[in-house]
Write a protein that binds this ligand. Structure first.
Ligand code: DLL
Length: 432
């Protein structure tokens, strides 16, 4: 089952040695080819020869999204344009997109890590995988596509959206795996019910869901709706795309392919490296990337790392589900709120559906939070008294989770706008 036993089951000391070798080779390479990095290292008085082992990693400077923007579009590439075979870009909410380039070898490495990821979910050449992540500048579609081909599965490159067609092919082709965002998976699950497709006509057994934060409550919900086992896949364009880490069948965190992507957790305010088990910002050094390796890239994703060997036999470090991004954290009346915390409260209730929206506003200099959530059709037609009871129950569960009173609005199924890709969970009117 394991796709690359040599690296996935390596002893920790051996892995650290390999990472040190790869790191020092990469630092030498960027020193010689990327003026931005040479300047950064010179400013800190670091020579490539100073980086000899993985213990030297923390001497190196961080790279941020702003650095990518400042070097837009190709300033961080280590190879001339002839060597680049693919460009992806992430849209970003403000300003210019973040651009990532790949060499042929980078595409091969990416395909391998996605193949390893799919193998963790039990996908083999016998599977038919419906790739409903967006194809295009976003890395989700093409990333999953190449990885699925590498394991030999049959790929349906349907991309996101076009829900009726998704259901038709799912039934007619007998898709056994579905790859998309968890929010779109929930939408597809509901569409199956609405179209009254018999459960026996759906052959899905595994879901490869990621690209946005999602909770255990959402996992149970999509597993129930689609009748599959849902796996969490993580990644970001700057590092490679999907396939930076993935859950195995033990589902106790996502294994990071750290032979390629060296992880650290740092204090987001001070940059200090934190020990395993502590919550902080995830930092990656993709040491083997040819076209655009990065030194200590700050992901802004908040999570914890664990180094104990997994029951599946893999020794790769595991990361917990992401709590959220530091820049998604809302500060409401001085309280730190992650949308995922609200999601976990909402999806504990059997009456709610997995579609919600948080609206933050400011009235008379006071922050307000409104939580809209869809409620099961049957429940909605019940007595007003019962609805009011549910509203109060949600409000008090949110208050005890966050220490904050939110206005709760129960809405009918289908009210909240659906997303074919990453869901929009927050409208913050204070920013406009
Ligand atoms: O979302 C790559 C991807 C595609 C991952 C398909 C998984 C599946 P970006 O658009 O650059 O790349 O966005 C990266 O999305 O920093 C996280 O904040 C978030 N993210 C990605 N996967 C997860 C996940 C792709 N499993 C940003 N859980 C990252 C939570 C995730 N957040």
């Amino acid at each position: 089952m394991i796709w690359n036993r040599q690296y996935e089951c390596m002893e920790r000391e051996e892995m650290r040695k390999l990472q040190g070798e790869r790191l020092s080779a990469m630092v030498r390479r960027v020193w010689n080819t990327v003026p931005f990095y040479r300047r950064r290292l010179e400013e800190l008085g670091i020579q490539p020869g100073d980086i000899r082992s993985i213990d030297d990693l923390s001497k190196l400077p961080f790279t941020t999204k702003q650095d990518l923007r400042d070097n837009y579009p190709f300033g961080l590439f280590t190879v001339p344009q002839e060597g680049i075979v693919r460009l992806h870009a992430s849209s970003g909410t403000t300003g210019k997109p973040t651009v990532v380039g790949y060499t042929k070898q980078d595409i091969a490495m990416w395909s391998e890590v996605v193949a390893r990821s799919l193998t963790m979910a039990g996908i083999t050449a016998s599977d038919i995988i419906q790739v409903a992540y967006g194809y295009g500048l976003f890395t989700g579609g093409l990333g999953l596509h190449y990885g699925a081909e590498a394991v030999g599965a049959s790929v349906i490159p349907i991309s996101g959206g076009n829900t009726k067609k998704q259901l038709q092919l799912m039934v007619d082709f007998g898709s056994t795996a579905l790859a998309c965002t968890p929010s779109y998976a929930a939408f597809l699950g509901e569409a199956i019910m609405e179209e009254k497709i018999a459960p026996g006509d759906i052959r899905l057994k595994a879901g490869i869901f990621g690209a946005e934060p999602w909770t255990e409550g959402m996992r149970s919900e999509v597993e129930r709706l689609l009748g599959l086992k849902a796996f969490d896949i993580y990644g970001l364009s700057e590092v490679i795309g999907p396939g930076v880490s993935m859950e195995c069948s033990c589902q106790s965190g996502m294994h990071i392919f750290e032979d390629h992507f060296i992880p650290e957790i740092v204090n987001p305010d001070t940059g200090e490296v934190l020990p395993y088990g502590e919550l902080g910002e995830l930092v990656f050094t993709p040491a083997t990337k040819e076209a655009m390796p990065l030194i200590r890239y700050r992901t802004r994703d908040l999570t914890r790392l664990h180094a104990e060997r997994c029951e599946c036999g893999r020794t790769l470090v595991r990361m917990d589900k992401c709590v959220g991004r530091s820049d998604d954290m809302l500060i409401i009346r001085g309280v730190n709120v992650f949308p995922s915390q609200v999601e976990s409260v909402l999806l504990e209730m059997s009456e709610t559906r997995p579609h919600y929206l948080l609206t933050v506003d400011r009235e008379h200099n006071l922050d307000t939070l409104e939580v809209q959530v869809e409620v099961e059709e049957a429940f909605f037609s019940d007595e007003v008294r019962e609805l009011e009871g549910l509203r109060k129950k949600i409000q008090s569960a949110i208050a005890s989770m966050l220490g904050l009173t939110a206005a709760v609005r129960l809405v009918e199924p289908g009210t909240i706008e659906r997303s074919m890709g990453k869901a929009r969970r927050v409208i913050d009117n204070r920013k406009s």
